[in-house]
Design a protein around this ligand. Sequence first.
Ligand SMILES: [Zn+2]
Length: 120
Amino acid sequence: MRTTTTRCLHRPVAVAGLEVIACAACGTVEWHGAVRALDPVEGMAALFGRFLLVGRLPAVRAPGSEVLMYRAPRRKERANLNAFPANVWLQVDTSLWLSHDGEHLLLVPTTPLLMENLTT
Ligand SMILES: [Zn+2]
């Protein structure tokens, strides 16, 4: 968990049966289910488990070396992106960063193991 700032706005947003807190100021992401907090793996699976890997880009303004680009299987799932501020890198957990451009989900794994898991 990173340090909050005076610009922080930790407001829960309801999406796909969950509540997500995603703060552009400090990069924090939190996930809450109906009865308990979810870990990042559960939260990511619930919102983006059916997204399709469509490209790999060099990371220019991103925290890792390579950006994985995903698209939603349907318009309905694409709306899940709107729970997060666009064009900002958010830290999902110690080894994964997330962003989006309104159309594509962008993930940057910062460990070789997670990169391998997401791409094979
Ligand atoms: Zn914050």
